[in-house]
Design a protein around this ligand. Sequence first.
Ligand SMILES: NC(=O)c1ccc[n+]([C@@H]2O[C@H](COP(=O)([O-])OP(=O)(O)OC[C@H]3O[C@@H](n4cnc5c(N)ncnc54)[C@H](O)[C@@H]3O)[C@@H](O)[C@H]2O)c1
Length: 351
Amino acid sequence: MNTVKVNASKDYNIYIGSGLLDDAGERIKNELGVCSAAVITDDNVNALYADRVIASLEKSGFRCVKFVFPHGEESKGIAVYSEILSFLAENHITRTDMLISLGGGIPGDMGGFAAATFLRGIKFVQIPTTLLSAVDSSVGGKTAVNLPSGKNLVGSFYQPDMVICDYSALDTLPDEIFADGCAEVIKYGAIMDREFFEFLKNNDIKENIEYVITRCVEMKRDIVNEDEKETGIRAILNFGHTIGHAIEINSNFEISHGSAVAIGMIIASKGAYKMGYCDTDISEDIKEVLIKNKLPVSCNFTAEALYEVSCSDKKRSGNSIKLIIPEKMGKCTGKKIPTEQMLGFIKAGLE
Ligand SMILES: NC(=O)c1ccc[n+]([C@@H]2O[C@H](COP(=O)([O-])OP(=O)(O)OC[C@H]3O[C@@H](n4cnc5c(N)ncnc54)[C@H](O)[C@@H]3O)[C@@H](O)[C@H]2O)c1
């Protein structure tokens, strides 16, 4: 088992190992004390893992209540969030009690926002069960729900008190959901660590899962320690995301987030090179590792269609768009691209 320590506005430990679901109760009890615990999860994860987590908590003396919602992004809105708050109140969860998010980024983001806001904040533990949530969303304290007008428009920064990542739970993930997480793993190599990127080129993510999750979490920890509220460096985690988001929207969300980010990374790196913003074209290297991990590297949308969404009012600041672009493999930077150059940028990236 590996332990990664975060020192942000709250200090907490992230435990990464196999079989950790079964002693979650003891681990939480030893660090955070015994209390009532509200477990928030979706229907898929409930059927697979909730009984084990709750048995472990009850064995350690916790009183447990459980809230299950239908899986999927449609649930991540104000309606289910509000149901969670009512559930916490009706089940007499108090300020000294705890909310545990069990599952992927959706239980994590929505449970986290409920923990942040119920009684102005209660204890919060993340138990991620997707690769994306293990390497990204469970760490760093971004919590949110969606509004009909856009994703993650209501939320807060609220760090968890502990993260327990039992990577044996990833064994039941459908291939395409595992691949979504791989896109984020590959992103970490491209933006921060050339050596890690080379490792991914030559090794299999599944076969090295403990090392891969630990290394990604360490990178995210370093960024969060430096820039918890995303006023600077944390933005590099958005590499591939601005154009990726435009791909998701153009596909009516038929193309998954991870696949869209994969294509977005290719367009951003190729576009940056062709427009002369950097000296190296890292897109071919990224493409190789994406393909190896069953991720797409191109799409059929026109540059105009992607431009339209990328340069929407919400993304614009004045007359420019801040895009994360590579300087070289393992190093990225934020660059303000004038909106009049964005269409050319995307066209160059799509070639
Ligand atoms: N807070 C952050 O920093 C941050 C970062 C990235 C993404 N996000 C958010 O995360 C969400 C996406 O996360 P996600 O892809 O984990 O979504 P998710 O929680 O919906 O999980 C994806 C699917 O996998 C299923 N699943 C989860 N664990 C499983 C397991 N072990 N075995 C089988 N099936 C399992 C779920 O039921 C769901 O159907 C988005 O809402 C995104 O906005 C947040």
